[in-house]
Design a protein around this ligand. Structure first.
Ligand SMILES: [Zn+2]
Length: 232
């Protein structure tokens, strides 16, 4: 495993960050990262607890899912991660959780509306929900079909402008240029999902969307060539 030590360390840290941020219960979640030059992905092994997870437990696979290193089976969600990596070269890391508030929206089958600047900092778009999978897709290569539905959902906007999406009836997937960024997006999404639900409750119906000029201001001050948020 010496050949992929840096990738293993990066992906281990991302996986351990998920319970630290309160985003996963038991083993319901996984993070992966890719080395694009070598075409290899490190991903959490299936069903292994976070409390005992080590860098050596991570499984190294190629973009077709072939295991290159690892004594354990890779996450059952590996085909979903691979579909995202294959479709979008700009994705460097993927995180999946069943974090409560984002999952509530996924189970309702509703996109998360853009109601405030916290959301606009994460994305300038509502967080979409994937289409229903067909009976054949669920009976066949279910996890790959989930990946297909995700790539369809974000294809128009692209993964840079839309760093997460909800799988209908399931839970969120998030991504970023590195897996650490994907973790940050998962943390932000969970907050945005909670805020949006309570905003809707307080508004006794559908609250107004954030005004266009405020939405654009908040997104562009943090993202893109004119960004000035943070320390540069
Ligand atoms: Zn899941």
């Amino acid at each position: 495993m010496d050949g992929f030590a840096d990738l293993r360390a990066e992906v281990l840290a991302a996986n351990l960050a998920l319970p630290a941020h309160g985003l996963v219960t038991l083993t319901w979640g996984n993070a992966s990262g890719i080395d694009r030059e070598r075409g290899v992905i490190a991903i959490k092994p299936s069903g292994v607890g976070y409390d005992t997870l080590s860098a050596g437990d991570l499984v190294i696979v190629d973009l077709t899912g072939r295991v290159l290193e690892g004594a354990r089976r890779p996450s059952t969600d590996t085909p979903t991660h691979l579909a995202l990596y294959r479709a979008f070269p700009e994705i460097g890391g993927v995180v999946h959780t069943h974090s409560t508030w984002a999952t509530v929206w996924a189970q309702a089958g509703e996109e998360i509306p853009l109601l405030g600047t916290t959301h606009a900092d994460l994305s300038a778009h509502p967080i979409p929900v994937t289409r229903p999978l067909t009976v054949a897709e669920v009976a066949g290569d279910y996890e790959a079909a989930t990946g297909t539905a995700l790539t369809e959902t974000i294809a128009t906007v692209g993964p840079a402008a839309l760093p997460c999406a909800l799988v209908r009836g399931h839970a969120p997937f998030c991504w970023g240029d590195r897996v650490g960024a994907a973790v940050e997006h998962a943390v932000a999404l969970e907050q945005v999902a909670q805020m949006a639900l309570f905003t809707r409750l307080l508004s006794d119906g559908m609250p107004p969307a954030l005004e266009e000029h405020v939405r654009v201001k908040h997104h562009t001050r943090k993202h893109g060539p004119a960004a000035y948020y943070g320390q540069g």
